[in-house]
Design a protein around this ligand. Sequence first.
Ligand SMILES: [Zn+2]
Length: 386
Amino acid sequence: MVTMLTQNTREKVISLLERLISYNTVSDQSVLPMATFLAESAENMGFSVHTFETSAQKTNIIAQIGPQEDGVVFCGHMDVVPVDGQSWNTNPFKAHIEAKKVYGRGSCDMKGFFASTMVALNDLPLHQLKKGISLIWTHDEEIGCLGAEALVSQVKESDLVFPKTMLIGEPTELRICRMHGGHITLDVEIQGVPAHSSKPHLGCNSIEILGELIMALRQFQITLAEQPSPHPEMKCAHSLINLATVEGGTAVNILPERTKLRLGMRPMPGHSSKDMITKVEEILFSINKRFPQANLSSVLIQEAPPMVTPRGTLLEQHLNNILSTSSTIGVPFATDGGRLTDLGFTPLICGPGSIEQAHKANEFVSMNQLFESVELNRNLLQNWCF
Ligand SMILES: [Zn+2]
C-alpha cells in the first residue's frame, strides 16, 4: 500500500504513539490514566463515552458516534506485557525513534493501532456519518482477556447497541486474519492423605496420583493430535496441552498430602475450549473413582476461546480492496476476539507491526506500518460509514 499521508498527519500519529507509550499499562499498574486520555480524546471528537469499571484500577471503555444499528467497531487492548528481566537499550516507556522505527513497550502490541485509529478519525468529517463507529478499548488482554470477559457481562447489562462488524488491530503486519487459537489456564489440585513414609498403607500419595493424571493427559494429547483443525490457515494443526508447573510434597519421609498441577491448553479454531475443559474434568473424575481416598479438583483460572470468522464477510471484502489482497491468515496467539464473539461480533484482525516484535525487549513498530495503518483505517471508515 502506498501511503499519501501529509507530513502533518505523520507527525500527529507519531506524537500520539509517543504519548501512549509513556503510559505504563502493564497489568499490575492502573490503566486509568491512559483510559482517561483516550476517553477525553474521543469526547473531543464528538463520541459518547461509556466507562465500565471492572475494579479500582481497571476499566473498559466504549466510545460511540453515529447510528449504531450498522457500522463498524474498532477494538484494542490498552494493557501491555511486563518488561521485567528484558534487556532494553532505551527506557521502554519513553518512545525512541531510530531508523524509521518507533521503539517502546506496546508500540506494536498494540498502541500503534490506537494512534493510527485516533488520527484516522481526526481527519474525517464525523458529523456527516451515515453509519455508526464504536471504539472498544479493553484492559488486561495480556493476562487472559480478562477485560473482554468482564465487558461481555457489562455490555449485556447495559442497553448499548453495536454494529456487528469488528476490526481488532493486533499486530498482523496489516494482513487480514480471521482466526486464531484460544488459551486456557486450568489448575488441578490433588488432595491425598499424608502419612509417615514407613507406613504408606495409611496414606494416599498425591504425587503418585499425579503420575496417573499425567499418563491420562498424555493419552488425551495423542487423541487431540489425531483431530486436526479443519482450517489450513493454522500452522499448528491441532489443539495442545502443556503440563506447565507442578508443586507438591514437603519432606522426604512424608507421603505428600497435596499436589498442584497447572495446565495450559490451546484449543484450535473449530475446536471448543469448553469441550477441552470438560474432557479434563472427566479424566479427573475417572481417576478419583479409582482412588477414592484422594480428592481431585480443578479451578479455571482463565479462558480465552478460539476465534474463527467465516470467509467472505463484507469487512473482508473492504479490507481486500484497500490492501489489494485476497488472502487471509490464521495467527498462533489468542485475542479479545474469541471472547467478544459472545456479544455477536464477527471480528477480523488487522493491525500494524509484527507479532515477532511483540512482548520482546526493544519492541518496535515501523513508521511505514504505522502510516499504512492510518491510511487503511481512514479508507475503511470512509468507505464503510459515509
Ligand atoms: Zn496484543
